[in-house]
Ligand binder design. Structure first.
Ligand code: UT7
Length: 315
């Protein structure tokens, strides 16, 4: 038997809050319209969590579904990585609380705050730990409750932000199914996406600056394919962070992913930061346009200005 030197996603699970908020509902409070929001962002609706749907509760629900999909129980998990920038408290993080809630009693637990790139950073970290043999199974849980940081009077951001969670179990495999990560940052511009704190605990963004930066990442996305040894036209799917449909489509078109199904979950789910990639991936799998084993490019980008992506085989 070949040694298990590779890593792969063994299962995926997501949680979408029950409450659907339309653009018309937002337009009752700020000066905007369904037509403006759809044409500038692609967003038609978003999910907003209720009081019980905390970052931890949503993450735990997604984690349990990922475990079930992987055919594993919580006691086989060695490590839980929370990928979140909206932990209910700065201290403690969400990871240990999620691990406790699902009964992963043997697991280590911590958070990665890679903002909207957090899922890809956590997947890469988990895969490297599995390949190194220091853990058997890692649960990566991306969970966000951006509504806690939304200024509902700021029409430049409240139309985008949303809540939700997605999780995956990463474990050993004979063939490696998680490609090398390509990542980077531009920490010289913290002001373009931030939650300032100190009297203003709301999400603030210079939308146009972020938009231009995101579009300029096309060569980076091409590099992810090169590092994985997969040509863009061989991709079955592409799941960029669901920030804005125009950005998603520009990235997919820019690299020439001509045969790939493009995740457009932002249309129904809004921008859920780190959770948006697993939510988008799950949507493509659920609709049957991609299948287990297909090569899919994941690419997160956001505050920091951090980015991270990899080509994975679908769970
Ligand atoms: O997940 C983190 C990463 N975040 C992103 O990637 C977000 C990237 N940025 C964006 O998605 C877009 O920049 C926005 C959707 C936020 C804004 O769209 P835009 O096409 O860049 O609009 P803009 O900021 O250039 O504003 C154009 C006009 C302005 O009015 P004036 O100054 O031209 O009179 C804004 O005040 O649109 C106005 N505007 C709105 N109008 C109606 C801004 N927001 C709204 C709104 N409804 N919701």
């Amino acid at each position: 038997m070949s040694p298990l030197n590779g890593a792969r996603m063994l299962g995926l699970g997501v949680y979408r809050p029950a409450r659907v908020v339309t653009n018309d509902e937002i337009a009752q409070r700020v000066d905007t319209s369904d037509e403006w929001v759809r044409s500038r962002t692609g967003i038609a609706t978003r999910r907003i969590a209720d009081e019980e749907e905390t970052t931890v509760a949503m993450g735990a629900a997604a984690a349990e579904k990922a475990l079930a999909a992987a055919g594993l129980t919580a006691d086989t998990i060695d490590l839980v990585i929370g990928a979140t920038c909206t932990s209910p408290s700065q201290i403690p993080g969400a990871g240990p609380q999620i691990a406790h809630r699902i009964g992963a009693g043997q697991a280590g637990a911590f958070d990665i705050n890679g903002a909207c790139a957090g899922f890809s950073y956590a997947v890469s970290t988990a895969a490297d730990m599995v390949r190194a043999g220091s853990v058997r199974h890692v649960l990566v849980v991306a969970t966000e409750r951006l509504s806690d940081y939304t200024d509902w009077d700021d029409r430049g951001t409240c139309i985008l932000l949303a809540d939700g969670a997605g999780a995956t179990v990463i474990g050993a495999a004979e063939t490696d199914e998680i490609g090398p990560a390509v990542w980077g940052h531009d920490g010289s511009r913290p002001e373009v996406i931030r939650v300032p704190g100190y009297g203003d605990n709301m999400f603030r963004m210079e939308g146009q600056a972020v938009f231009r930066w995101a579009i300029s990442l096309v060569p980076t996305v091409r590099q992810i394919c090169e590092r994985a040894g997969v040509a863009p036209d061989e991709l079955a799917g592409i799941v960029p962070h669901q920030a804005n449909l125009r950005i998603v489509e520009a990235l997919a078109a820019g690299i020439g992913a001509t045969n790939a199904a493009v995740a457009r979950d932002v249309v129904d789910s809004g921008n859920t930061s780190a959770a948006s990639i697993p939510l988008g991936l799950a949507r493509l799998l659920d609709t049957g346009v991609i299948r287990r084993g297909d090569p899919v490019l994941l690419f997160g980008f956001g505050a920091g200005l951090t980015y991270c992506g990899q080509v994975v085989r679908c769970p």
